[in-house]
Design a protein around this ligand. Structure first.
Ligand SMILES: [Zn+2]
Length: 247
């Protein structure tokens, strides 16, 4: 479980391969997607790659309800948030965990994004500038599993799934959206879109983990056809813990 190293897209944190990084024409390096369409968020950072031990740890919390895992994940989230600090432009920022739909919350009994956010806040990653507001966003409906969907389908899947329940808390402020995993960014992009519409001046994103492209070849495939999504290769798929552990 190591922090992500190497060349990354300045906007979304996707792994870059030399030919794409170099083609950034003097500006900040951006991946193909972020060059083609400006995301609703200003920048997204993640602590580590969503695989191996880190993926198992997230699954322990989400599917195994091993709550102490949230403390370790919170420390990682705090590190990711600290990396954004230099970009923050105001001193009264609002931190918003991605909410679960009511029914999902009832069955899981906790929102993992909230638990990780609280653990991160205990470490005070951005002293005095960040306030955790858990009720700002509301999930209006359940979104069917994103597994196996293309990037475009994921975007449509989450469209209209979130609402800003407390617009006064975000109006005229910068907002930091936090979640456990960034896959295609469809969920946090939709959160960012509604937050901006409610008056947030900028939206930042920090997650514990992120799926990363594993090879330049996959980048080629994706650029050639956006419908072929990297998230569909098995390593990036969310597998229930029991299966991931091979039992
Ligand atoms: Zn990008």
């Amino acid at each position: 479980m190591h922090p992500i190293a190497g060349g990354l897209c300045t906007i979304c944190g996707e792994r870059l391969f030399s030919s794409y990084a170099l083609s950034a024409a003097g500006g900040e390096p951006r991946c193909g997607l972020c060059r083609r369409l400006e995301p609703a968020f200003a920048r997204a950072v993640a602590y580590g790659s969503y695989d191996g031990g880190l993926r198992e740890l997230i699954h322990l919390l989400k599917y195994g309800s091993v709550r102490p895992a949230a403390n370790v994940l919170g420390r990682m989230l705090a590190e990711a948030i600290a990396r954004l600090e230099a970009d923050f432009q105001t001193d009264s920022m609002v931190m918003v965990p991605v909410p679960l739909f009511r029914a999902r919350l009832r069955s899981r009994q906790f929102n993992q994004a909230e638990m990780i956010a609280r653990a991160a806040m205990k470490l005070n990653p951005v002293p005095g500038r960040l306030r955790l507001c858990e009720e700002v966003l509301e999930r209006k409906r359940e979104t069917p599993s994103q597994t196996g969907l293309t990037r475009r389908q994921r975007r449509e899947n989450v469209r209209g799934a979130f609402a800003v329940a407390q617009p006064d808390a975000v109006k005229g402020r910068e907002v930091l959206v936090v979640d456990d995993v960034y896959t295609t960014g469809a969920t946090v992009s939709e959160c960012a879109r509604v937050l901006r519409r409610a008056g947030a001046t900028k939206v930042w994103v920090a997650t514990v983990a992120r799926t990363l492209k594993a090879s330049a070849q996959q980048v080629e495939v994706q650029l050639a056809d956006d419908a072929v999504s990297v998230e569909e290769f098995p390593a990036a798929r969310e597998v229930p813990l029991a299966r991931a552990a091979g039992s």
